[in-house]
Design a protein around this ligand. Structure first.
Ligand SMILES: NC(=O)c1ccc[n+]([C@@H]2O[C@H](COP(=O)([O-])OP(=O)(O)OC[C@H]3O[C@@H](n4cnc5c(N)ncnc54)[C@H](OP(=O)(O)O)[C@@H]3O)[C@@H](O)[C@H]2O)c1
Length: 429
């Protein structure tokens, strides 16, 4: 089975090496010999960590896709174009495609899946969500009949590394980010990771497969971790929580039928929840199903080698399917009815710095009451002439919490409204 690889960076180079190392074992098990015959890159002169035979490397990705000597195309270039156009051409030319490109699938998934269906070829993408962790195939196949209620994932290793360092070493956000950058976990421009865009793309893909609906990156409400402070981390710890950046996909009842909630934000996770123990740059995806109960998939969510392992699994599937004349189908994806974030109902952590004098607490309590937000617990600590108040609310509607925060900001006695975090309930809700 002749493989054309588009891109030879972190994932592409690791894949070429892995195919070379595992080809014999794969052939023994499947009867198929995988052979990387063409590799496309942008810069021919760049030094590569893998040795490639003469004539394999080219700058012409379109020629690799069109090459009749290539049976399966692996796209590990990244970004929207030319990746999108190349994948469409490959499918049109009757080739199966494996991609690791979350950004592309989260924005143009529907177009690409229908092109694959029309061509009767595979479009497989295990590495696009949580790198080396098998989650796409379990959702598509093992859990195809399951009533999946909710998925909560730690799907960005950079932010999990930063939050772990803040929690365990007491360093600031800025210090932890600098460390992540020096270790190569974070890009020089970390926006996609720390603002939740990367996790949002993965959430859109997970929601699409789990709920059979067309969920796009733009449908995902996302908030990042840059405003999390040592104070939030310390309070979370004292109250029995850790702070994690969660990607949440859930199916909920709405006024006109089922709705899909899909969002990325930092959240307080109870210390006994399995996701709370996911440290450093590790990823995990927690799936709640009506019949199967709770499942957790854990491992390396990024890195060349883990991601190449996921790509290779897809490559073998695509090769076996091609030989059989079969292809995997994503099934039909219907339109998604996205639940507005204002309708989210959950418990909240609110952190306020206020004037330390009699009567202030009553004014604050009145504002909560005015908007129907009920307080579950409150802690107070003195900070000089001010007091810091930490509230955990009972389950409340996001829109009501936003109105409460608006009115609190208007109050003279409230000097600062700090972090507002959603709290994962002890029962996971
Ligand atoms: N890195 C990870 O841990 C990880 C994990 C899961 C999924 N992914 C996904 O995998 C994909 C690749 O990521 P990566 O980290 O391997 O990226 P990368 O290291 O930046 O590599 C990209 C490769 O694509 C090549 N390229 C760029 N434009 C090209 C063009 N027009 N024609 C041909 N080749 C072109 C580059 O060539 P040059 O080398 O000549 O510049 C480079 O070899 C992305 O979609 C990413 O989201 C990555």
């Amino acid at each position: 089975m002749r493989v054309g690889v588009l891109g030879c960076g972190n994932v592409g180079a690791a894949l070429v090496e892995l195919v070379r190392g595992r080809a014999g074992a794969i052939e023994a098990r499947t009867g198929l010999r995988l052979d990387v015959t063409r590799v496309a890159v942008r810069t021919l002169s760049r030094e590569r960590p893998v040795a490639l035979a003469d004539g394999v490397l080219t700058r012409d990705a379109a020629a690799v896709v069109a090459d009749p000597e290539v049976d399966v195309v692996v796209e590990v270039i990244g970004g929207i174009e030319p990746a999108r156009e190349l994948i469409l051409c490959a499918l049109d030319a009757g080739k199966s495609v494996v991609t690791a490109n979350k950004e592309l699938l989260a924005n143009h998934g529907a177009e690409l899946f229908s092109a694959a269906e029309a061509a009767g070829r595979d479009l497989l993408f295990e590495a696009a969500v949580a790198g080396g962790i098998p989650i796409v195939r379990p959702l598509r196949e093992s859990l195809a009949g399951e009533d999946v209620r909710r998925i909560m994932g730690i799907v960005n290793g950079t932010t999990n590394f930063i939050l772990t360092r803040m929690s365990e070493e007491g360093v600031t956000y800025v210090e932890a980010l600098a460390e992540a950058q020096s270790l190569g976990y974070a890009e020089r421009d970390p926006t996609a990771d720390v603002e939740g865009y990367d996790a949002g793309a993965k959430a859109a893909i997970l929601a699409s497969i789990a709920f059979g609906a067309r969920v796009r990156a733009g449908d995902v409400h996302h908030e990042g971790i840059a405003r999390i402070t040592a104070v939030d981390i310390a309070f979370a710890d004292r109250l029995g929580y850790v702070i994690k950046l969660l990607a949440v996909c859930e199916r909920v009842d709405g006024p006109d039928g089922a709705e899909i909630g899909v969002r990325v934000h930092p959240a307080m996770v109870p210390k006994h929840h399995p996701l709370a123990g996911v440290r450093d740059s590790f990823n995990a995806v927690f799936v709640e199903g009506a019949s199967v109960g709770d499942l957790m998939f854990y491992g390396r969510g990024a890195g060349g080698s883990p991601s190449a392992s996921a790509v290779l699994g897809d490559l073998i599937d695509a090769a076996v399917n091609l030989r059989k004349g079969a292809h995997a189908s994503i099934g039909s994806l219907g339109p998604a009815r996205i639940r507005p974030i204002d309708d989210l109902v959950t418990s909240y952590y609110v952190n306020l710095d206020v004037e330390d004098r009699p009567g202030v607490l009553r004014l604050i309590a009145e504002i909560y009451e005015r908007h129907g937000v009920s307080i579950r617990s409150m802690e107070q600590e003195g900070i000089g002439a001010e007091a810091r108040l930490i509230f955990i609310t009972h389950r409340a509607r996001e829109a009501d919490v936003r109105k409460t925060l608006h009115d609190l900001r208007e109050l003279d006695a409230v000097h600062r409204v700090g972090s507002v975090l959603r709290v994962v309930a002890d029962d996971g809700a």
